[in-house]
Design a protein around this ligand. Sequence first.
Ligand code: SF4
Ligand code: SF4
Length: 98
Amino acid sequence: MMIPVKNITTSNIECSHCQACCCRMDVMIISDTGVPDKHIAVDEWGSETMLKLDDGWCSAVDRNTYLCTIYENRPWICREFEMGSDECKEEFNVVKWV
Ligand code: SF4
Ligand code: SF4
């Protein structure tokens, strides 16, 4: 059964034990920050997004550490996504398995 978790305090939220929930979102690439081509998906209209693999995560996530392997070159959207922000809280343990 899935139960939505509400009122998560910001102090409980840390990327280090989050398993990079936000890295399962669709990430558009809107400027050139040096993302390697192998991590870029291009649609039929030429729009670029971070490539997602079959497991649902961005291809640039290290599957063991859940850290970004292209941190210095990550897209602007990733840079703007702030730990503890409302968007982060929404992604971070939105549901809990019991
Ligand atoms: S920004 Fe938020 S959702 Fe993304 S990895 Fe960090 S804690 Fe998780
Ligand atoms: S580029 Fe890095 S920070 Fe952005 S979604 Fe992929 S793994 Fe996460």
